[in-house]
Design a protein around this ligand. Structure first.
Ligand code: SF4
Ligand code: SF4
Length: 93
């Protein structure tokens, strides 16, 4: 299994998340100073966040690669996360 990279948070920045009213390209307000999720393990955490799996395709080798990949996906589809298993509702435009 591909492991999430500490200090990355690209998937908490690049995509829009409508349930959090978070526009694309803006850091989620739930990120702490160490780029960790304040809602981790709590019921308030959106299902799309809990369900997102790190992967070589999405995460790349560097944070910058993940930001670029997720930004391209957002532009192309407005879909987050990059699976059809979860949804956070209508993407913010
Ligand atoms: S983009 Fe990948 S490596 Fe970066 S925080 Fe998200 S799951 Fe972790
Ligand atoms: S709620 Fe947590 S996991 Fe979801 S985008 Fe915000 S910081 Fe990231």
């Amino acid at each position: 299994m591909f492991a999430c990279r500490p200090g990355c948070a690209a998937c908490c920045i690049a995509p829009s998340i409508s349930s959090l009213k978070k526009p694309a390209g803006v850091a989620c307000p739930q990120l702490d100073q160490h780029l960790r999720c304040r809602l981790y393990g709590q019921p308030e955490r959106p299902a799309c966040c809990s369900g997102l799996q790190a992967s070589a395709e999405m995460c790349g080798e560097l944070r910058e690669q993940a930001l670029a990949w997720l930004a391209a996906l957002e532009t192309a589809t407005g879909d987050y996360p990059p699976t059809t298993n979860f949804t956070c509702g209508t993407p913010i435009r």
